[in-house]
Design a protein around this ligand. Structure first.
Ligand code: TYD
Length: 211
């Protein structure tokens, strides 16, 4: 399949929305069926330094931490990471990223106290307004998301301890962001079986590629 456009694809959604599972399945589909090179990455993280910053954001800063400290750490991680993403796109990879700027808008703006202009301004310094080409927003009822998190064996980080009402707020924020970016963001319900959800994602990806 000939793909002549950059494909920087992001996955967004609340904790427990199933992003990590679905992104891996999509990476496999792209490799085996579309036969393109895939680069799978995540935020915060993705490079050596950015993964170190991830540890700071996720474990060492607690809810009482300064929201600007958190914002700057997240953007510091992204500035590093974006260079890598650009490089991979230039080399012909399809880049799949677990969380990106929409998470910053949902968490730090809608659920935090950071002005949208501030986020947009810093983001533009990093990516010169090169938005992801396509974003899948995995939507899930927070109670179900929480249930999935509690089944995970790994140590819970501070975000995973969010109460359901906060997750509901973030879910609504993501939906608002999706409405404002209809041409880029595809909302995918994750209340269905894993394979059905993946089939929906694949269908949307093929639709985008063939557009
Ligand atoms: P992670 O354990 O990766 O959560 P998940 O598996 O659900 O993606 O933790 C990432 C956390 O970082 C998540 O709770 C959202 C948060 N985050 C922000 O608050 N702002 C951001 O810009 C990004 C990228 C993530």
């Amino acid at each position: 399949m000939g793909i002549n456009k950059d494909l920087f694809i992001t996955f967004e959604g609340i904790e427990g929305s199933g992003k990590s599972t679905q992104i891996k399945l999509l990476a496999n589909f792209i490799k085996t069926k579309i036969r393109k090179k895939v680069y799978l990455t995540r935020e915060p993280g993705g490079t050596k330094i950015s993964e170190k910053i991830r540890k700071l954001v996720i474990n060492d800063l607690h809810s009482k931490s300064n929201s600007l400290t958190e914002l700057f750490l997240l953007f510091a991680a992204r500035a590093e990471h974006y260079d890598l993403i650009k490089d991979k796109l230039n080399k012909g990879y399809i880049v799949l990223c677990d969380r990106y700027v929409d998470s910053t808008i949902a968490y730090q703006h809608y659920n935090g106290n950071i002005k949208l202009e501030v986020i947009n301004y810093i983001q533009k310094l990093i990516d010169k307004d090169q938005k992801p080409n396509l974003t899948f927003l995995l939507d899930i009822n927070p109670s179900l998301g929480k249930e999935r998190i509690s089944k995970r064996s790994k140590k819970k980080d501070r975000f995973d301890k969010e109460p359901v009402n906060r997750m509901n707020k973030i879910r609504s924020a993501f939906k608002k962001i999706a409405l404002l970016n209809k041409n880029r963001i595809v909302l995918i319900s994750n209340h269905l079986p894993k394979a059905v959800v993946q089939a929906n994602i694949q269908k949307e990806l093929l639709r985008f590629i063939n557009k």
